[in-house]
Design a protein around this ligand. Structure first.
Ligand code: COA
Ligand code: AMP
Length: 633
């Protein structure tokens, strides 16, 4: 390997991971501490379902905390909490975090939570959210974190699907402009839900402490009475967590993550992809409610024995667009991972990056961006200003770790702006045409992954093998459908062009237009509707709705618009950023009744999307154009 160029090192590693996945991942698995080392690497006896390390046994929390303490690193910082929105900071060594987590695991255990039980966590970016996740892992329980920006109805849908024994919540979240009371949202969700958890543990924050009801337990009181709990060994194939993500319908998909494959893959990615070493500071500016937060705020850095930064705030306005530079300087951050939107926000507020001059960010080795398309402007701006490699990488909730990346640890390769570089070892990335044939270099198609997927990726959807197979595995048998379109170039670099389904990406947040359409369609005056994602300079995409009124409906269009915007905010959540909806006379459709969303997007964005020959009534396009022109003034 010593004299090989990075592209050869990469090519060899990738080829081996595909030709001999069992050998490749057996080797990577040696870096994990098992209570029973796996003798079998991959169970492929029930295709298209695959299980990694089927006879292995381990505890993920042990690997993330206890293991480092036992190795003599108890004094090393595990977690730094920095919260400009609440004006607080704290830091936890590995030993302290282990002790807090063991105690909270004791709280959960005293509430009857054990191996396989579910716990829903509805918390903002506070250390207790991380503790609650790890405490579940410690007991072999299954956590399901719900992002705080979701409304009660969305929380209720997740509670009904996961059927948790206990919910752990904070009394409030803090946005730069307002305190968001979470407790009333939790109570409203529990009113809506069919399933009733036995207890709720509430972290009361001083900004909005909340009254506790008969089912509720105060976090601090429970902690003071708790006995620490030890790590419970679980099967590698046992679920570690369920994370709900948006599909094309309004019903979220419960992505399952196992314990063994997850630990192996994340640990491997921390060095191979992110080039991190134990003891270094890794900062992912995202939220624990998203997969990026699960993998790279919590599990990845801690499995490695690195220090993770938990930042509660925005990149701008808390207090200003220098917030990120301050955190990098203060904690000696080696690698920062965030969504391109964060950098677009910084660029908007401080276009010349004047604030950068006030800080020393020389500790930073690389900036990693993912979660949405990295536009060339933002790439160049960040590269020029930071003076470190800016690494676009592509993955999704389902995979849990990068599918395509520039492997900074294993084999750093030249960057091509617009491309997340190459398929990561373990992923056999194929771009397929509608007949399932490989596209030629440069030719766009559906980005698919040949089965089996590598360790750490979803084995199924929660209690729904059928939906898993139907959503991902049936379009191209033998392949997993990512839902993104794109192409591979002659050098094997991947270019991701965007979703081919009705999933949209707003400020790096994955949302379903289907869930917003369900809200619009429920209004008594609305006959039919469509929500599409349209390009936005800051957030990448924004949802925009169109409604057709029932004949004879007597409504004031202005009042209706306001009502619909509020309804989406109340039922999906503020995070949907649904602010624009217009009344139109008809929606363009194919003769079989399918709404031509792509054509609509082309009209709004002013791009010349080809109009399908299957269109039912081309005249509808003119009235739509006129309505959009009127709405946009
Ligand atoms: N709890 C409650 N409400 C929340 C919330 C939370 N955890 N997160 C967001 N919201 C609310 C916001 O307050 C906002 O409400 P508003 O309509 O009253 O203003 C709304 O949801 C939209 O939030 P957001 O998308 O964050 O927009 P913003 O205008 O407040 O901030 C950015 C814009 C670009 C600064 C912000 O989106 C950002 O920092 N993005 C980084 C991307 C990121 O972390 N992505 C995660 C995946 S990697
Ligand atoms: P999520 O499941 O929330 O992580 O969202 C995954 C989706 O975000 C992917 O399917 C893509 O559509 C999009 N995405 C994530 N990373 C990138 C990237 N680097 N480039 C383009 N799109 C991305």
């Amino acid at each position: 390997m010593l004299n090989m160029t990075p592209d050869k090192v990469y090519a060899e590693a990738h080829a081996r991971s595909i030709a001999d996945p069992e050998g490749f991942w057996a080797e990577a698995a040696e870096a994990v501490a098992w209570t029973r080392a796996p003798r079998r690497v991959l169970d492929s006896g029930d295709p298209p379902f695959y299980r990694w390390f089927p006879d292995g046994e381990l505890n993920t929390c042990h690997n993330a905390l206890d293991r480092h303490v036992e190795a003599g690193h108890g004094d090393r910082l595990a977690l730094i909490y920095d919260s400009p929105v609440s004006g607080s900071r704290a830091s936890y060594t590995y030993e302290r975090l282990r002790d807090e987590v063991a105690r909270f695991a004791g709280v959960l255990r005293s509430l009857g939570v054990g191996r396989g039980d579910r716990v829903v966590i509805y918390m903002p970016m506070v250390p207790e959210a991380v503790m609650a996740m790890l405490a579940c892992a410690r007991l072999g329980a299954v956590h399901s974190v719900v992002f705080g920006g979701f409304a009660p109805k969305e929380l209720a849908a997740r509670i009904d699907d996961a059927r948790p024994k206990v919910v752990v919540a904070a009394s409030c979240g803090i946005e730069p402009t307002r305190v968001v009371p979470y407790k009333p949202m939790l109570d409203a969700a529990l009113e809506l839900a069919g399933h009733a958890p036995e207890r709720c543990v509430i972290l009361r924050r001083e900004q909005a402490p909340a009254e506790l009801g008969p089912r509720d337990l105060d976090w601090h009181e429970a902690m003071s009475a708790a006995e620490p709990a030890g790590c419970v060994p679980v099967a590698a194939t046992d679920p570690l967590y369920i994370l709900y993500t948006s599909g094309t319908t309004g019903r979220p998909k419960g992505v399952v993550r196992d314990n063994g494959g997850h630990a192996v893959a994340l640990l491997w990615s921390m060095t191979a992809v992110y080039g991190m070493r134990p003891g270094e500071v890794f900062w992912t500016a995202s939220d624990v409610g998203w997969v990026v937060g699960h993998s790279y705020i919590v599990y990845g850095p801690l499995l490695l024995g690195a220090t993770t930064v938990l930042y509660e705030g925005k990149p701008v306005g808390t207090p200003d667009a220098g917030a990120f530079w301050r955190v990098i300087e203060e904690y000696g951050v080696r690698a920062l991972f965030t969504a391109p939107t964060a950098f677009r926000a910084i660029k908007r507020d401080d276009p010349s990056a004047a604030l950068l001059g006030e800080y020393d960010i020389s500790s930073l080795r690389a900036l990693f961006l993912a979660g949405e398309r990295l536009d060339p402007d933002t790439y160049h701006w960040a590269t020029d200003r930071l003076g470190v490699p800016v690494i676009d990488h592509w993955w999704q909730t389902e995979t849990g770790w990068p599918i395509a990346a520039n492997l900074r640890g294993l084999a750093p390769m030249p960057i091509k702006p617009g491309s997340p570089t190459v398929p990561v070892p373990g992923y056999d990335v194929r771009v397929l045409d509608p007949d399932g044939h490989d596209c030629a270099p440069g030719e766009e198609g559906a980005i698919c992954l040949r089965l089996p997927l590598p360790p750490g990726t979803l084995p199924t959807l929660w209690h729904d093998d059928e939906r898993y197979a139907e959503s991902y595995l049936t379009a191209f048998p033998g392949h997993y459908l990512t839902g993104d379109g794109g192409y591979l170039d002659e050098d094997g670099y991947l270019f991701v062009m965007g979703r081919t389904d009705d999933v949209i990406n707003v400020a790096g947040h994955r949302l379903s237009t289907g869930s917003m359409e369900a809200v619009l369609a429920a209004h008594p005056a609305v006959a039919e509707c469509a929500v599409i994602g349209v390009a936005d300079e800051l957030k990448g995409q924004l949802p925009r709705g169109f409604v057709v009124l029932k004949s004879g409906a007597q409504v004031d269009p202005g009042a209706l618009r306001a009502e619909l915007v509020q309804a989406v905010r109340d039922q999906v959540g503020a995070v949907a950023a649904f602010k624009q909806v217009d009344v139109v006379t008809a929606l363009p459709k194919t003769r079989s009744g399918k709404i031509l969303r792509k054509t609509m997007r082309g009209i709004v964005e002013g791009t010349a999307e080809p109009v399908p020959s299957t269109i039912e009534d081309p005249a509808v396009l003119d009235s739509l154009r006129a309505a959009i022109a009127r709405a946009d003034g």
